[in-house]
Design a protein around this ligand. Structure first.
Ligand code: DC
Length: 215
């Protein structure tokens, strides 16, 4: 098929709103490729933590981004809280965001394995990376519910955290993601808002599919 006609589904929203689970499931259902763009920022963050590079050492951060291998995006180590925090700090650096744009746009326009479309999730997919995406969802949930979900996820993996620590951390991360000067987290004007506070995974999936089918 002509690759320039790939269908693009953009899914944005705050941390732990359920967008990753939803995006992965939509991609599998539709036979599309899936890109977790948060994993890109996390993979750069992990390199910095491992090499003791500070969150304000821009030349070293850009060098780490340039040597990023897509195979690194699947590492389990990316999912820890220190990595998420570092990712959220470096995500405010405009030069880093610029350096990562092409990789994301190329994935969306030419999905791997000749897939007919791509689902990308992140913070700025519908607003900056793919403003002309065919479908845009903004997935959210109350801060308390997101903290509960993140707490369960972390303790299931054996991490020693309290619910209060997770809540404080999410609030800090939300503030950074929403208040940064570039590509701040906000719904695109034409995004479908999906609040998953009171929805299970199956209900959120059904609502997202309804929206995608209806447009
Ligand atoms: O979705 P996540 O928790 O894996 O993302 C980690 C951090 O990366 C998040 O705090 C903000 C940043 N991020 C971003 O700025 N833009 C994206 N498209 C994806 C993630």
């Amino acid at each position: 098929m002509n690759k320039t006609t790939a269908i693009i589904i953009a899914i944005d929203g705050p941390a732990a709103a359920g967008k990753g689970t939803l995006a992965r499931r939509l991609a599998a259902h539709l036979g599309y490729a899936y890109l977790d763009t948060g994993a890109i920022y996390r993979a750069v963050a992990l390199k910095l933590l491992k090499q003791n590079i500070a969150a304000d050492d821009i030349p070293a951060i850009l060098a780490a981004a340039r040597t990023l291998d897509p195979a690194e995006l699947a590492a389990d180590e990316l999912r820890t809280d220190p990595v998420g925090n570092m990712a959220s700090q470096i995500a405010a650096i405009p030069a880093l965001r610029d350096a990562l744009v092409n990789f994301q746009r190329t994935f969306a326009a030419c999905p791997p394995e000749d897939r007919p479309g791509a689902v990308l999730d992140g913070r700025d997919i519908g607003t900056v990376i793919c403003p002309k995406a065919d479908k845009k969802l903004f997935v959210t949930a109350s801060t308390e519910e997101r903290a509960r979900r993140r707490y369960r996820e972390l303790t299931d993996k054996g991490e020693q955290v309290t619910e209060k620590e997770v809540l404080d951390d999410l609030e800090k991360r939300d503030a950074r993601d929403q208040n940064r000067a570039v590509a701040a987290l906000r719904p695109a004007e034409d995004a479908y808002l999906l609040d998953t506070t009171n929805l299970g995974i199956d209900e959120a999936f059904a609502a997202a599919l309804d929206y995608i089918a209806a447009r």
